[in-house]
Design a protein around this ligand. Structure first.
Ligand SMILES: [Ca+2]
Ligand SMILES: [Ca+2]
Length: 196
């Protein structure tokens, strides 16, 4: 039951992702654009590797979830850019993400990054609220989940998420359309169970 509920949560969150693209060739990053506006909300953590506490005011922050895999084990970077200037936040989970169980499976989280982006084009100098998760060892074939949200409950909007700078290709899985279909099936399953 918990697994089904998590699948529904992930499917609903991914609906906010509007486009996915990846460059060809070895070690290709994935660049995802999306929007957290109107998304489900969570009580986010305070950044760290791993985070160890919940933030006192970021108690109901809209988020989206982007599952991905890498095809070669090694260090990868995650970056978040928030073009409308709201204060965005980036979390990385492995295997599963439960917004009500923030410290299970969490690897790292970051609020602000002031340097030049590596995976995303351009510099974050004009986007001081961008995020970067430092190179972390990721394992080929494991499902990771990038959670984009905001600093505060009113921080939401469009974003660009970049995952890469590693030895292998980054693949967003599953496609948002097929995941939405899985989510619809899970919702129907829940409805049938509740009807009994
Ligand atoms: Ca930020
Ligand atoms: Ca900030």
């Amino acid at each position: 039951m918990l697994l089904v509920r998590n699948a529904v949560v992930a499917a609903i969150a991914v609906v906010g992702v509007s486009s996915v693209s990846a460059f060809g060739g070895g070690g290709a990053p994935a660049i995802v654009t999306g929007n957290t506006t109107g998304g489900p909300t969570w009580h986010r953590t305070v950044g760290g590797t791993p985070p160890t506490s919940l933030h006192p005011t970021g108690t109901a922050v809209p988020y989206t979830v982007t599952p991905f895999t890498v095809d070669a084990t090694g260090n990868y970077l995650l970056e978040g850019s928030y073009p409308t200037g709201y204060d965005g936040y980036l979390h990385l989970y492995q295997n599963a993400f439960n917004p009500l169980d923030q410290f299970t499976n969490v690897l790292s989280a970051d609020d602000d990054f002031s340097g030049a982006f590596t995976v995303l084009p351009g510099s974050s100098a004009s986007n001081a609220q961008g995020s970067q998760i430092l190179p972390l060892p990721l394992t080929a074939g494991v499902t990771y989940l990038a959670v984009v949200s905001g600093f505060g409950n009113l921080d939401f909007g469009p974003y660009t998420l970049g995952i890469g700078n590693g030895p292998g290709n980054v693949t967003i899985v599953p496609e948002p359309t097929s995941l939405a279909a899985i989510g619809a099936g899970a919702v129907a399953l829940l409805a049938r169970r509740r009807a009994k």
